[in-house]
Design a protein around this ligand. Structure first.
Ligand SMILES: Cc1cc2nc3c(=O)[nH]c(=O)nc-3n(C[C@H](O)[C@H](O)[C@H](O)COP(=O)(O)OP(=O)(O)OC[C@H]3O[C@@H](n4cnc5c(N)ncnc54)[C@H](O)[C@@H]3O)c2cc1C
Length: 461
């Protein structure tokens, strides 16, 4: 970051929004409003990103809703959102020049793409006499802000958590009282989903935007947080916050979520999860190839079997809890964390498929899908990431009996098994033949014990 601008100067600042789509606790926006007479709140629909796998209907729909909500909040402050489409750097520069801007501000981010965009922006701004500055806002603790002795990032979670937990939270940035956008700038239009991508969003995908995110946070702190330690692993209930899409798009500030949780006397269990998010972000900042390359290569030769992959993505593996998770993902663009662990472990350790195949499918559908959390968690489950027990295998039946003891989650998502009562639903192959034959449910793709033994053999050679 460069020097602090003079407060109240008559200058103009472009605030480039990326995945920080809010007005509350937005350090770049607050600083711009304090330090300059005019602010251009800008979002660029980036052609480079729109051409990638990242641009899928579930996330794009959420993004468009979040942009509409952000525009509404900015209007309430006297401003509005300016929207452009094209190359992010070129568009920012064009807007900065049209507005006669002195500064361009943005929230710092960690992915390889975001870092490249920042470097390009810094260079392009410098060339045209505009000052570019980045601000915190995407994580609670900025990537690289805490480091282990002799290293550039933490490779193991627990020591990171101890350091993270001991840090004071950054004070919340106040939302601007007023935004004055310079005259004469075209507003640009937020396109419709069909103009950005082919295909429809999942039927039950959550709606985006800061307003909804804040309402959800409020309700979560009031009704859910205190019971999180006992309920967060139970897949059949709403025992987790479901704030992840709002955190991913920055409709909520992670610092505000942490501070609201602390103010409520929230237990460490929930804060730990926010810390996991930061942990994967600081790993990604240090290892930007995380979506493609193994962080800790183990020489594993993962398989690439289109038929097995198709059964897994369709939720037709014959393991009810795995299938329930995959169908929840298809229907909602979200999956419970425990189900993510079980479905991922099944793909890797029961089917032997490459973690990148699973991660890509998750990224196609998850509304909260991001490079750091998705790749970091997939590599954790694959044992190529930051798990200190890299050979662990989740037994899909034992996990199901423990975290869906009544079978309610499976019955909700796998209608073929809706008539099977109690925990028997987790082992349909053990049902009496007459009952089994009445069900239109697939046989298990593999025998878990045999697959697990084969995986252990592969890992030990
Ligand atoms: C294979 C796999 C892939 C995943 N992919 C993603 C992803 O693309 N995006 C994503 O946000 N999360 C991902 N997660 C982590 C986790 O499953 C989700 O963050 C969580 O389920 C979101 O639900 P929630 O908001 O109710 O979580 P809560 O339990 O209420 O937790 C609060 C917040 O903490 C963060 N968090 C929780 N668990 C984790 C975790 N293990 N790693 C990182 N952050 C966490 C999330 O931001 C979450 O919103 C993945 C986990 C696995 C096992």
């Amino acid at each position: 970051m460069s020097s602090h601008p003079e407060p109240g100067s008559g200058r103009t600042t472009v605030v480039l929004f990326t995945r920080d789509l809010r007005v509350h606790d937005h350090p770049a926006l607050s600083e711009a409003a304090d330090a300059s007479a005019r602010v251009v709140p800008l979002f660029v629909l980036d052609d480079a990103l729109l051409a990638t796998r990242y641009a899928r209907p579930n996330r794009l729909l959420f993004l468009l809703e979040a942009l509409a909500d952000l525009d509404g909040s900015l209007r309430a402050l006297g401003g509005h959102l300016v929207v452009r489409r094209g190359d992010a750097v070129r568009e920012v520069l064009a807007v900065a020049q049209a507005a006669g801007a002195h500064w361009v501000f943005a929230s710092a981010d960690v992915s390889a793409y975001a870092r490249r965009r920042e470097r390009r922006l810094a260079a392009a701004c410098a060339e045209h006499g505009v000052e570019f500055r980045t601000f915190p806002g995407v994580t609670v603790v900025e990537a690289g802000a805490v480091r282990p002795a002799g290293g550039d990032h933490f490779r193991v979670f627990t020591p990171y958590w101890h350091r993270w937990r001991a840090l004071p939270l950054r004070p919340l940035a106040q939302p601007p009282r007023r935004i004055a956008v310079p005259d004469g700038l075209a507003r640009g239009v937020v396109p419709r989903l069909s103009e950005l991508t082919v295909g429809a969003a999942s039927p039950q995908v959550v709606s985006g935007g800061e307003t909804l995110g804040r309402a959800r946070l409020e309700a979560w702190c009031r009704d859910g947080l205190a019971r999180y330690p006992d309920r967060h692993d139970v897949v059949a209930i709403e025992g987790t916050s479901r704030l992840s899409p709002y955190l991913h798009f920055g409709c909520l500030s992670p610092v505000e979520v942490a501070s609201r949780c602390l103010a409520r006397g929230g237990s460490d269990a929930f804060l730990r999860q926010l810390c996991w998010r930061d942990f994967h972000h600081q790993v990604t900042a240090a290892f930007p190839a995380i979506a493609r390359e193994e962080y800790r290569p183990r020489g594993e030769r993962w398989a690439d079997d289109a038929e097995l992959l198709a059964s897994w993505t369709a939720g037709r593996t014959g393991y009810p809890l795995v299938d329930a998770g995959m169908r929840q993902l298809a229907a909602e663009g979200w999956m419970h964390n425990r189900a993510r662990l079980i479905t991922a472990s099944f793909l890797l350790k029961d089917l032997g498929l490459d973690w990148r195949l699973g991660a890509r499918h998750f990224l196609d559908l998850l509304v909260d899908g991001d490079i750091a959390n998705n790749s970091g968690n997939w590599q954790w489950v694959a044992g190529t990431g930051n798990d200190t027990r890299p050979n662990r295998i989740f037994n899909p039946v034992r996990q199901a009996l423990r975290f869906d003891p009544e079978g309610a989650y499976v019955r909700r998502w796998v209608p073929e098994l809706a008539t099977v009562t109690g925990a028997r639903v987790h082992t349909p192959w053990r049902l009496p033949a007459a009952e089994r034959e009445r069900l239109d449910y697939c046989a298990p793709l593999v025998d878990h014990d045999e697959a697990a033994a084969a995986f252990r053999r592969r890992r030990s050679t």
